[in-house]
Ligand binder design. Structure first.
Ligand code: NGQ
Ligand code: ZN
Length: 440
């Protein structure tokens, strides 16, 4: 923390050690912001950026009972129209929205590798580079997770026509990983991802996890989101998905198990004990009808969690954390679930857990060198007469007026007075891209 020329001067700044007072951070290279309450920026640990542009377009009932699987068909049809230019425009707008909402880093779980017909682009990293350019343009920290996707189901069936553009062999995957590692910088990290147990055969999983390039990096996987996949896994692999994964991989703190919705008590304890992050995406999980993660028992077992906006039906850490808590209240008929000790604040418990787990999942260090801050709106009525004991609860639970006024990401102010530094240009490019997709 630096002195008089600081970029941020907060009356109260919330750190992992608790609230600190009269805090000055960074050098004032691009101006100084003063505020009453500053919080560390949130990590969004799970994103499929292209899906932002279809948010709201799958809310009309189809001919039968709609489900995750019917939504996926709509999503596949939409994905089939995305190219590197539209991906860049959508992702840049999405990342601006994330910053304005209080996310300062995003883990992009990226599997749209090839052209719509399944043929690789001349530059096989063209789509990944569109993501990197988007993050740089918006000014958000990025952990790019190129995804291995090989099969259409647990039975090893080939990819469907619409899935072909996701497909990579292990060799092609490792070549892509190598190309992306060369693009790493302080703002861009690279991890690895297995789409799901449905999409990655056991042998391929082992090869990728054993590859020298993969060592020491975050490993993300979608798991046990839907009951149907638990049933398929049981019938073909004779174990539940999380149980199978723990039996076949060394799951440790490098891992992020995205969703992990349907876990039995033994799986939940194994996950908590492993130190892996449970990557919870409450608004998407609600939107897709996934189910509820056993939050209270997981927290009591010492489990690590983080949040993601996944399909981007909503882009707000406030909404993710609020619905994480509200889902539990609705299901259990109790209040204040995420706060596990008498006197504890739910808002603080949620923000602390999700920022710690998010950083772990993203592979970015936390601690005193943090250059990612959000400053809340001093003038907001919802925060009137709040102090350090109540501000996080009011921030997360009191209404829907945006309360994030300024955002510093990677040491630079990217949002000042509710405006992103380039939001008009980026929104126009986004509108043009979406108009083009609608006409495509
Ligand atoms: C995805 N999304 O990869 O975008 C997935 C749907 C799948 C979520 N699971 C596709 N929320 O899981 O096969
Ligand atoms: Zn996902």
């Amino acid at each position: 923390m630096t002195g008089a020329g600081a970029a941020l001067h907060a009356e109260h700044a919330w750190t992992h050690a608790g609230w600190q007072h009269d805090v000055r951070v960074g050098a004032a290279a691009d101006g100084r912001v003063r505020g009453r309450f500053a919080l560390p920026g949130m990590v969004n640990l799970h994103s499929h950026a292209f899906q932002r542009a279809m948010a709201g377009l799958a809310e009309r009932r189809g001919p039968g009972d709609d489900s995750f699987w019917t939504w996926r068909e709509v999503m596949y049809r939409f994905a089939a129209r995305i190219n590197p230019d539209t991906l860049r425009a959508i992702a840049t707008q999405l990342y601006v929205e994330m910053l304005k909402a209080g996310y300062t880093h995003v883990c992009e779980f990226h599997y749209l590798h090839h052209a719509p017909d399944g043929e690789p682009y001349a530059d096989r990293a063209a789509m990944s580079k569109a993501i990197i350019e988007a993050a740089r343009d918006a000014g958000i920290g990025l952990t790019l997770l190129p995804v291995l996707y090989m099969t259409g189901g647990f039975d090893g069936r080939p990819l469907s026509a619409r899935q072909r553009r996701f497909g990579l062999s292990v060799d092609a995957y490792l070549r892509l990983l190598e190309a992306l590692l060369a693009l790493e910088s302080p703002a861009v990290r690279v991890g690895i991802a297995l789409h799901s147990l449905r999409a990655v055969p056991e042998g391929a999983m082992r090869e990728v996890l054993a590859a020298p390039l993969a060592q020491g990096r975050p490993v993300h996987i979608h798991i046990a989101e839907q009951i149907g996949e638990v049933q398929d896994c049981l019938s073909l692999r004779h174990a539940r998905p999380v149980q199978w994964l723990f039996g076949h991989a060394d799951v440790d703190a490098r891992w992020c198990l995205v969703h992990a919705t349907h876990v039995d008590p033994a799986e939940m304890h194994a996950l908590a004990k492993s130190g892996a992050v449970a990557g919870l995406c409450p608004t998407t999980e609600a939107n897709l009808g996934d189910g509820l993660f056993p939050l209270a028992n997981f927290l009591d077992a010492g489990g690590v969690l983080g949040i993601g906006s996944d399909s981007h039906i909503s882009v707000s850490p406030v909404e993710e954390l609020r619905w994480l808590e509200y889902g539990q209240r609705l299901a259990s008929c109790h209040r204040n679930v995420a706060a596990r000790k008498a006197g504890a604040s739910v808002g603080e418990a949620l923000w602390r857990a999700a920022s710690r787990g998010g950083r772990q999942a993203a592979g970015v260090p936390g601690g005193s060198g943090v250059a990612d801050w959000i400053v809340l709106d001093d003038a907001a009525p919802a925060l009137a007469a709040r102090d350090t004991s109540s501000v996080l609860d009011s921030f997360l639970f009191a209404g829907n007026v945006p309360l994030v006024r300024d955002v510093m990401a990677g040491g630079a102010w990217v949002v000042r007075d509710f405006r992103h530094r380039d939001e008009d240009r980026i929104a126009s490019a986004y509108r043009a891209a979406v108009a083009q997709l609608a006409g495509a």
